[in-house]
Design a protein around this ligand. Structure first.
Ligand code: SF4
Length: 347
């Protein structure tokens, strides 16, 4: 299993899956932060944008993520913008800072969903001093607890892990040693080239064959012991680890980042608490018929969803996995996998 949208994109673009012998399956696991961003957070961002005199900034692929509301209401940030809300796509926390500085008398809310690699720059932005009119609606997630949750389940669904290179660059390779030490599974950290991914596949397969599981770093030019000390320090200073909800999956203990009280002035959850709607946590995590939850967990391949390529395409996405560049459904569609398949598990 790989747990990184960037890995899945590289694997798909290079056709690595089709080059593997049929005994070896390569499964995309929880590697798309936009896909797992809880529906209630997206809904909160939409409501904020619609009802407050603010500018709402978000990463571009978040704008089309749908929520489960009647068709008469705005179902995405893109639809909120069409209804008159000031919603702007940004590519980085620096863009959000520029936006806030360009309009100092207006409140800017940066809706930021991402893993450690996204949360660390946001922490740096706040640690170094963000504009007063900038607040963050943070939906930050830690990657390893989702893998731990799978491994602790009765059916993990994989025999070896290809660990994410970018997350390991920030947090250190040690984050993944539990896969070997607690679960006895092979693991290898990969970069984003075919060579690095193939090296990680070779390493894990060899570990399996030789029954000698270990954590192999196949991205040593970037991933160093201990990770990025500065980034980790800023994460620690600005955020605290909390239990967090993953869309379609539920709450995973200690899998989220929340801003510490010291940064309350920049915390949109504290500044605009009335838009938090706890009832949405029960409102249905994925749109009806959408199998994103099982895709994210690697339980099925994207083209096993009954809506894949029919009701759901990038032009008309039903679930978040077809929206984001890191979503497995979109990656598979972009990789020209057009056929839908039905396996016994999906009948
Ligand atoms: S094909 Fe569409 S509806 Fe099906 S799992 Fe993927 S995103 Fe969800």
């Amino acid at each position: 299993m790989n747990v990184c949208g960037g890995h899945e994109r590289s694997i798909s673009a290079a056709g690595l899956r089709s080059a593997l012998p049929h005994e070896v399956e390569l499964i995309a696991g929880p590697g798309c932060p936009v896909c797992v961003c809880p529906e209630e957070d997206v809904h909160q961002a939409i409501q904020l944008a619609l009802h407050e005199p603010i500018t709402l900034a978000a990463f571009g692929d978040m704008l089309r993520v749908p929520v489960n509301v009647p068709k008469t209401e705005a179902r995405s940030l893109e639809q909120a913008r069409a209804a008159g809300a000031d919603v702007r796509p940004v590519a980085s926390p620096l863009d959000a800072v520029r936006l806030a500085k360009a309009q100092p008398s207006r409140s800017v809310v940066f809706f930021a969903a991402g893993f450690e690699t996204t949360t660390a720059p946001i922490a740096a932005m706040l640690a170094e001093g963000a504009p007063q009119n900038l607040s963050v609606l943070l939906s930050g997630r830690r990657t390893w607890p989702a893998v731990a949750m799978l491994l602790e389940s009765s059916n993990p669904g994989f025999d070896a892990l290809i660990a994410p290179g970018h997350v390991s660059t920030v947090m250190g390779p040690e984050e993944w040693s539990f896969v070997v030490e607690q679960h006895g599974l092979p693991a290898a950290i990969a970069g984003f080239t075919s060579e690095s991914l193939l090296a990680a596949m070779y390493s894990t397969l060899r570990q399996l064959v030789e029954e000698r599981p270990m954590l192999d770093n196949c991205y040593p030019e970037v991933v160093k012991p201990g990770g990025n000390a500065t980034a980790r320090r800023q994460l620690e200073r600005v955020t605290e680890v909390v239990d967090a909800s993953w869309r379609g999956i539920g709450v995973i203990p200690r899998s989220g980042f929340a801003l510490r009280g010291h940064y309350a002035a920049h915390d949109a959850r504290r500044r605009f608490p009335s838009y938090e709607d706890p009832s949405r946590k029960r409102a249905g995590q994925m749109p009806p018929g959408c199998d994103c939850a099982r895709v994210v967990l690697g339980r099925i391949y994207p083209n096993e969803c009954v809506l894949y390529g029919r009701a759901c395409t990038p032009r008309s996405p039903v679930g978040p996995c077809m929206v984001s560049d890191e979503g497995a459904c979109r990656i598979w569609w972009a990789g020209d996998i057009r056929a839908r398949v039905t396996t016994a598990a999906n009948c």
